[in-house]
Design a protein around this ligand. Structure first.
Ligand code: AMP
Length: 146
C-alpha cells in the first residue's frame, strides 16, 4: 500500500463514511418488542439502534435477545411480544463514535461490531458506521500498488 494512500485512508473520518440517521431503520425504547421484531424481520437487519423520543441514542436491539426473552421452558411464549418493551431487552453498552472520529479508531471498533452508532456530544443520534463501509475503503486501498 502506498504511503500517500495510507495517509488518505487515515485522513478519513466517520463523517465521510457514515449512513445518515434519516436512512437508518430504528425503534424507540418505549415500543413493544413485537414492533422491534417486525422492523428487524422486514428490514433484514440483525440489529438496529434504539432511540428515545428526543432522538437520543439509548441502545441497540437484535433478533436473538428478543427471541430469548420470549423463550419459555417448552415453547415460545408469544404473548410476551405484546407485553415487553424494547428498553427491557435492548443492549445498552455498545461503543459510539463521533463524526470526527478517525478511520483507525473506527476500524478497531467495527472489528467486534457489525456497526457502530454515531452521536453528537449531547448523545443525539446522527447515523451509523458499518463494518462494510470500513472494509470497502480498505479493499479500495489494496488496488493501489507501491
Ligand atoms: P451491512 O454492513 O450493510 O451488512 O450492515 C451491518 C449491520 O448494520 C446490519 O445488519 C444492521 O444491523 C446495521 N445496518 C446497516 N444498514 C442499516 C440501516 N440502513 N438501518 C438500520 N441498520 C442498518
Amino acid at each position: 500500500m502506498s504511503s500517500i494512500l495510507k495517509q488518505k485512508l487515515t485522513d478519513l473520518t466517520v463523517a465521510d463514511l457514515m449512513i445518515p440517521a434519516e436512512k437508518v431503520a430504528h425503534v424507540q425504547e418505549g415500543n413493544l418488542i413485537e414492533h422491534a421484531l417486525l422492523v428487524l424481520v422486514e428490514s433484514g437487519y440483525s440489529s438496529v439502534p434504539v432511540l428515545d423520543l428526543d432522538f437520543k441514542l439509548r441502545g441497540t436491539i437484535a433478533k436473538t435477545p428478543i427471541l430469548k426473552s420470549i423463550m419459555g421452558m417448552e415453547r415460545f411464549e408469544m404473548e410476551k411480544l405484546a407485553e415487553t418493551k424494547v428498553e427491557e431487552v435492548m443492549k445498552k453498552d455498545q461503543p459510539t463514535l463521533l463524526k470526527d472520529t478517525n478511520f483507525l479508531t473506527s476500524l478497531k471498533i467495527v472489528i467486534d461490531h457489525a456497526f457502530a452508532c454515531v452521536v453528537d456530544e449531547q448523545g443525539y443520534f446522527l447515523g451509523i458506521l458499518t463494518r462494510r463501509a470500513i472494509l470497502k475503503e480498505v479493499n479500495k486501498s489494496m488496488y493501489v500498488s507501491d
